[in-house]
Design a protein around this ligand. Structure first.
Ligand code: KG4
Ligand code: ZN
Length: 341
């Protein structure tokens, strides 16, 4: 079986071709980051319009670099949600129509299931059951993954996602958009402990997160700077380090607690924030201490991409969950726990 997959849930237009036996044959991505930079965040309507222009050329490119003709495709998978509804609709309409025209099944993929299954793209794939820390711009959750569609959410964020906390505090520090990777870069030059920001919910039992207080703490630190004395680079780096330390320590602390509570020894780190080096190091240490194994997708498969949608799409196709009607599915909200095997 060979699947073409389309991702358009936010600000990346992406297409990939995955073969059941030969693995990933191609993956193409166009990031709209330059388009949204001017506004300091993703503008949904602009994102949708840009997807419309980018997706078809990306489909052609992905097929060409996979040396695949449309006649060789067994199915078309597309991200059906959750995400920006207009952006989703562009990929969903294209994916569903293409499948109809080719007379092959269409598979509506859950974006977070894509993130969760991204480690299966790597040579060393995690066994089931495993614990997954899913940390992206829109989600922060600890999930026990027992198999395809068997997801038990141990805890989620009550407010901002970890990626959102990186992005919003980066904005307060005047860093260019998108802030997360910029803040991480600056944090490497800063000193630990100069700014001691709160570790939200770390002292509380359970697996829930809350990152919105961090924004306020950083805002106060920025405001404490006298107006006639602009903040210098080293102070900005110390704040960035303080923010990163607080987020990383909270995520790693709760993850360690979940490993202990479940007795699971295999940890998967998924989602855009999984590209953060300090987080990787902290989680690696927590897992090593418990004699476990850690699995990361490579950084380009941590952030949004179509390869992960192809993996989830193929798994769903094999499990018999291809669409039975011609509906173009696009859902802004779609709880992960509503999925079944
Ligand atoms: O998974 P993703 O690409 O998109 C969503 O589905 O949300 O995640 C994007 C998020 C953004 O908030 C971005 O700032 C964050 O991941 N991110 C990072 C790093 N790279 C991406 N945050 C911290 N450090 C990084 N190196
Ligand atoms: Zn994502």
């Amino acid at each position: 079986m060979r699947v073409l997959a389309i991702e358009s849930s936010c600000d990346e237009s992406a297409v990939a071709v995955l073969d059941e036996e030969r693995g990933l044959l191609s993956h193409e991505l166009y990031s709209q980051v330059d388009l949204h930079r001017l506004y300091g965040g993703v503008v949904p309507e602009l994102a949708s319009r840009d997807h419309v222009q980018r997706l078809l050329p990306l489909v052609r490119q992905a097929l060409a670099s996979a040396a695949t003709t449309t006649a060789q495709l067994s199915a078309v998978a597309y991200t059906a949600g959750p995400g920006l509804v207009g952006a989703l609709l562009t990929g969903a309409a294209l994916g569903r129509s293409l499948a109809y025209a080719l007379g092959v099944p269409a598979v509506a993929v859950h974006h977070l299931e894509g993130h969760l299954l991204a480690p299966l793209l790597e040579d060393r794939a995690p066994p089931f059951p495993h614990l997954a820390l899913l940390v992206s711009g829109g989600h922060t959750m600890l999930v026990v993954v027992r198999g395809l569609g068997q997801y038990e959410i141990l805890g989620e964020t009550r407010d901002d996602a970890a990626g959102e906390a990186f992005d919003k505090t980066a904005k307060l520090l005047g860093l260019p958009y998108p802030g997360g990777p910029e803040l991480a870069r600056l944090a490497e030059q800063g000193r630990s402990g100069v700014f001691d920001f709160p570790r939200p919910m770390l002292d509380r039992a359970g697996f829930e997160f809350s990152f919105s207080g961090l924004k306020t703490a950083v805002m106060l630190a920025v405001r404490a700077q006298p107006a006639d004395k602009p903040m210098d680079d080293s102070r900005r780096a110390d704040i960035a380090r303080g923010v990163q330390d607080a987020i990383v320590e909270t995520l790693a602390g709760k993850t360690a607690r979940a490993l202990d509570a479940t007795g699971i020894r295999h940890l998967v780190v998924a989602g855009g924030v999984g590209a953060n080096r300090a987080l990787r190091t902290a989680l690696q240490a927590a897992v090593a201490k418990r004699g476990g194994e850690i699995y990361f997708p490579r950084p380009e498969f941590c952030t949004d991409n179509a390869a992960m949608i192809a993996v989830a799409g193929l798994a769903r196709l094999k499990a018999g969950s291809a669409a039975r009607d011609l509906a173009i599915e696009s859902r802004a909200q779609w709880p992960l726990t509503s999925l079944s095997q």
